[in-house]
Design a protein around this ligand. Sequence first.
Ligand code: BTN
Length: 253
Amino acid sequence: MLLLNDSFLLDWHWLDFDELDSTNTSALTYAQKLVPYQKTVITAVKQTAGKGRRGHAWQGLDGNLFFSLVLNEKLENLSKLVLLSSLVLFLTIKELSGKLNLKLQLKWPNDVFVNNAKISGILFEKGEGDILIAGIGVNIVHAPSLPEAAYDATSLKNVGILTDRVTFLKNYLEFWEKTRDTWFKNGFEPLKNLWLENAMGLNEEVCVTDGNKMIKGIFSGVSDDGALLLDTSHEIVKIYAGDVSFFSKDIVK
Ligand code: BTN
């Protein structure tokens, strides 16, 4: 592992490595030392053992973006940060898409879909004290083939957006700053509403699985603390973790 860059991107301390097993694992290891800088972003050109949600692997295809934000944030804000991080991805891709007229959607809790296919993934992990790691992978030029997954994957290049990992990262950090400021100034409600305006499957029947449990209902919204609200016709259930499946033919392979 070679440190290619130790500089600043906006006011983020940026550490760029040629190769890491996982930017999240490195962020967790170095978080304590990095705290004085407050905001740090770790990237790797190549990631050899990327971690996905629910114990899945995240493929490290050449030219894609792999980064982890080291955040000094309280655990109680986790669900909001999960929504924020995906909303920021959505806004970044939307701006880069210009006049392409793509179908962009957010899938609870933190996926972005472009033209009905997954383009990015986010994995939050908790470090020591008030350290939260937001690990983000964006398919810049390659989409993995995922025969076992319920959905297709795509890349920015596939949908006509030509960019590179550093340009995308700069744009992402700019939107992060603006969106985090809006949260400080106006509370979380405006962000939650913007998230919901672009949510996949809102007011439709969905199925949520968490480990062995499976529950069906109408996806009726998101609570103030970021949980999915599921109307099962007996009650509104708040779900903090799980995978959502939709029945819409557009999305299912
Ligand atoms: C998902 O399963 O959708 C989440 C994938 C998260 C992948 C990113 S790539 C950068 C960071 N480092 C990791 O090991 N995982 C995250």
